[in-house]
Design a binder for this molecule. Structure first.
Ligand SMILES: *Cc1c(COP(=O)(O)O)cnc(C)c1O
Ligand SMILES: [Zn+2]
Length: 405
């Protein structure tokens, strides 16, 4: 659908639909403005569309060709066994570990790289906590654009390998994600014909995540869940899912869209902390969590994410890494899904929300699993049992079996 312009989420100032991302008046973030009256969309046209985010094309900010590796419309699971373990009857999971590059980032990158081509940009870039790097590298390869990726020190090997294999230029900054992001932002300011997907293309990029709301509603027979649990790094994902549900109501695809939003962050991170302690979102500068994909100390959309959570009547939880690992094992052993640490944080937060009485057993709950466990196996290894090692004689096998029984 055509973007009519960009509008400041803070003060409402209007801008043309260009690669802009902050308001000149108040430094607020910009988001696309559409002509809602022109949108023709129905449940039937969506059902006839491709099994990807592009089935919702009329609600996404791209007009021309799209760079489509098949992101979205991932597995939607009625998680009866996990629900049973947690005390929920209607728990659903959206499993984005099955996206083309194994995280939800394919949804946002597919939109942003399509937009980069539409703007005639000559290269793409990003600052990444890991998953974005892999996704951008793959989409840039297909779009035939060079990719420049700024990452913090200490990323998981699997994520690094994934970005490198597609031919991206990886620049490792000796610091945190926030340091890498600052440098990428400076670089973006120097080069206006480069599209930094989560910087100067951010207003378009973030729109890709709205499809996580559309899919939940479509899979639930065009109704919305009572509550969602969303992992938060910068807060962009949570805010976009919120906009997604509101838009469904606006275009008449669902009758009403009141959904309680719950944020999941690693222990001590700013958004969850601010919600739990009723304070402002204050950046943090150092941490020790292994959950790198959610480790943003200065979340760009943190204040907006907090507002969405509070106004919806939801809450936040910030489980420890150990709780996340236990949750990964519980999910894997009940539903056959192996999620990465961010998914562990999400399920661990869900557990705390149920135990704390904030979610009732009969409510319809959707939890978002945003990445694949095979990307971060290192964190899990010390918490799993060792293989049973034998020389190779059948007697040994019999002995092992009788021990296991
Ligand atoms: C990027 C990411 C998120 C959410 O990031 P936001 O910055 O809040 O949009 C969640 N989970 C995973 C696995 C991610 O890679
Ligand atoms: Zn403004």
């Amino acid at each position: 659908m055509s973007v009519m312009g960009l509008v400041c989420r803070n003060c409402g100032a209007d801008y043309p639909p260009e690669p802009l991302y902050t308001c000149f008046e108040c430094f607020g973030p910009l988001e696309p403005r559409y002509e809602w009256d022109d949108i023709e969309i129905s449940r039937e046209t969506i059902a006839r569309g491709p099994p990807s985010i592009w089935r919702y094309r009329q609600l996404l900010p791209v007009d021309g060709e799209v760079v489509d590796l098949g992101a979205g419309f991932t597995r939607f699971i009625h998680a009866k066994r996990l629900g049973n373990a947690l005390g929920l009857r209607q728990l659903y999971l959206i499993d984005d570990s099955t996206n083309p590059t194994y995280s939800f980032k394919d949804r946002v990158v597919s939109v942003a790289v399509s937009k980069a081509l539409e703007f005639g940009m000559t290269a793409v870039g990003c600052a990444s906590t890991g998953n974005l790097a892999g996704s951008l590298a793959a989409h840039a390869a297909v779009a035939n654009l060079p990719a420049y990726v700024f990452i913090p020190k200490g990323l998981e090997k699997g994520k690094l390998t994934q970005a490198l294999v597609h031919g991206a230029h990886i620049i490792e900054v000796d610091g945190t994600y926030d340091d890498a992001n600052r440098l990428a932002t400076e670089c973006a300011e120097e080069r206006d014909d480069w599209g930094f997907v989560n910087i100067n293309l951010r207003p378009y990029y973030a729109e890709g995540s709205k499809t996580l709301a559309y899919e939940a509603a479509e899979r639930l027979g065009w109704t919305v869940p009572d509550q969602v649990v969303v992992p938060v790094a910068s807060g962009a994902l949570l805010c976009a899912i919120h906009r997604g549900f509101a838009e469904l109501e606006q275009v008449g695809l669902v009758e009403e869209a009141s959904v309680k939003f719950n944020a999941a962050q690693p222990e001590g991170f700013p958004v969850a902390r601010a919600i739990k302690e009723h304070t402002k979102v204050e950046p943090i500068r150092s941490w020790s969590t292994l959950v790198h994909s959610l480790a943003i100390g200065n979340p760009a959309d943190g204040t907006f994410a907090k507002k969405v959570v509070e106004q919806s009547g939801g809450y936040a939880e910030d489980p420890s890494d150990l709780e996340a690992i236990e949750a990964i094992k519980l999910l894997a052993s009940t539903e056959g899904v192996f999620t990465e640490l961010a998914g562990g944080i999400t399920i661990a937060a869900l557990k705390r929300l149920v135990d704390g009485g904030r979610i009732d057993e009969d409510e319809v709950v959707v939890a978002y699993l945003t990445g694949n466990g095979l990307k971060t196996p290192e964190a899990l290894v010390p918490h799993l049992s060792e293989p049973i090692r034998i020389d190779g004689r059948i007697e040994e096998v019999e002995e092992v079996i009788s021990c296991c029984a």
